[in-house]
Design a protein around this ligand. Sequence first.
Ligand code: PGA
Length: 247
Amino acid sequence: MRKPIIVGNWKMNKTIAEAVSFIKEVEQHVHDKADFGVATSFLALNESLKNASKLIVAAQNCHFETSGAFTGQVSVEMLEEVGCKYVIIGHSECREMFGDTDETVNKKAIKLLAKGLTPIFCIGESEAQFDAGATKDVIESQLTNGLKGISGDDVKKIVIAYEPIWAIGTGKSASVEVAENCCKVVRETVKKLYNEEVAQAVRIQYGGSVKPENIEEYMQQEDIDGALIGGASLKADSFISIIEKVK
Ligand code: PGA
């Protein structure tokens, strides 16, 4: 049985004080039917981790090198030092704006797994690719290249977030059918690359305009094991309502 995992991706939002106050309020509502977490700014990670006992506190990115001349970057070792256990990698905003590629995402995943941290590994197609019917090809190539060199046992630990770019921050969420079909393609691709056991173990999130009003129908789908949530994770009320609907 795969335990669902719901993570709020705060992007460039929330000061340290705001993060801590959110965590204190929301923690009381966390239950054990699923894993729940928030991905804070690097700066808010430490305080957030200290104040969280039930919520996962994730980072939004990492570098694959241990140290060196990489201005503005944060290494996995630095995240490990503050007790961070989950890290989002390959988010479409990082792929589109900050130069992430399948190759760098692959290196980040390998480094995280080697250090015992869990990658939340984002993939997803653009609107033009969706319209051209290329979704399956995009998913297959992002997974084939992004998981290169990673063992099946390690892939079982990864959380894959399938996020169609056209649904992120647009309010235009993928229909339940589209989301489920695409998450199924993700699972089938993992099966092709590894085997049925690995495919059944890996947790797959859907992301893109998930909110309290639609979380339940996504969660009822066979291949959707959770959600990566941007906008609707920023307000405590909204995130609490999501937590309560995943019971
Ligand atoms: P959204 O963002 O929920 O605001 O669409 C999702 C994401 O970027 O992970």
